[in-house]
Design a binder for this molecule. Structure first.
Ligand code: PSU
Ligand code: MN
Length: 307
């Protein structure tokens, strides 16, 4: 599958200038229209202001694009597209159709292009009930985001994982898969809309330069896995815990009642939560994503400085 790098991205990579990958599923399936388009444009602007080249990734008409032009960005925001994880890529390419890329497939394509840093909102993980409960069978619903990070050399900046997931199980799986997890200015693992979860991390750094040093050390060790940088939503911008807990419980039971399964689960929950919170969760989602993009820009800059 041959990648189509934008001229801007190809030039930046050839010159060793900082580049940050951005995913398209958050735009096409994770945020409501028309805010999704504004967000896609804004994420790119935040990077450009830092002197970093954005590489928004998506499959357009069967071609994996690394770096989109303005029309490509508009298309991922406005067109009905499939959500493509890594396993869907060859099928989508052969069919010549367009699809948005998840954290897994964005990571895969970014790494193929030689990009080392990627900003998202929240990494996918192990869904609640994945291992079964006393009254229901195991669903085995674990995002390919995790298994992809185990074999893909990319640093993903994420506000932890969404609290819709089983955070304990997700952290255990990341350990099993040997993916380093580093708190960025925090010891508490963030849970997307909230700055904290009950889980305490072993490792924390306070600067982008420290993350770049870990990336270099990992390369020197010859380990080809990714790194998860857990970056909490800034203080004062997190969702109020009480409302968060109430809305989350409602959304989870609506998903169960509606029998939502498979790759529809995450988009269903995210959009239902926006609806039930009267848009509050959306504001927090945008704030945390902007913050991740900014930190990813700093990490990419520190990484480029290491040469
Ligand atoms: N983070 C967000 N919004 C999103 C997602 C992440 O703020 O929509 C998407 C990512 O693309 C992630 C996907 O890879 O949700 C996880 O989906 P699943 O659980 O089906 O693997
Ligand atoms: Mn899933």
């Amino acid at each position: 599958m041959s990648l189509q790098l934008s001229t801007e991205v190809a030039d930046a990579l050839n010159a060793g200038r900082p580049v940050v990958a951005l995913e398209s599923t958050i735009i096409s399936h994770g945020l409501p229209r028309p805010r999704n388009h504004e967000a896609a444009v804004e994420f790119e602007e935040i990077l450009r202001e830092q002197g970093v080249t954005p590489a928004t990734i998506a499959i357009l008409d069967g071609v994996p694009h690394v770096g989109l032009d303005a029309d490509g960005v508009r298309r991922i925001a406005e067109e009905e597209m499939a959500k493509a994880s890594v396993r869907d890529l060859p099928i989508v390419a052969a069919a010549g159709i367009s699809a948005a890329t998840t954290v897994a497939s964005t990571s895969y394509l970014a790494a193929e292009a030689g990009i080392r840093v990627f900003a998202t909102g929240g990494l996918g993980g192990v869904h609640r009930g994945a291992g079964g409960t006393p009254t229901s069978a195991a669903t085995f619903d674990e995002s390919a985001d995790l298994s992809t990070l185990a074999i893909t050399p990319i640093t993903v900046v994420s506000a932890g994982v969404k609290s819709v997931l089983d955070i304990a199980a997700t952290l255990e799986r990341l350990e099993t898969l040997s993916v380093p997890v580093i708190g960025f200015g925090t010891r508490a693992f963030p849970s997307f809309w909230l700055r904290e979860s009950e889980f305490v991390l072993d490792w924390t750094v306070d600067s982008a330069e420290e993350v770049a040093a870990v990336m270099r050390a990992q390369d020197e060790l010859g380990h080809g896995q990714g790194i998860l940088v857990a970056n909490p939503v800034p203080a004062g911008q997190a969702w109020e815990r009480e409302e968060h807990d109430r809305v989350l419980a409602q959304a989870l039971s609506l998903a169960a009642e509606a029998g939502i399964t498979g790759k529809a689960v995450t988009p269903f929950l995210l959009l239902k939560i926006v609806e039930l919170s009267g848009g509050r969760s959306l504001e927090v989602n945008l704030d945390l994503a902007r913050n991740n993009v900014r930190v990813a820009g700093r990490i990419a800059t520190a990484w480029a400085a290491l040469g």
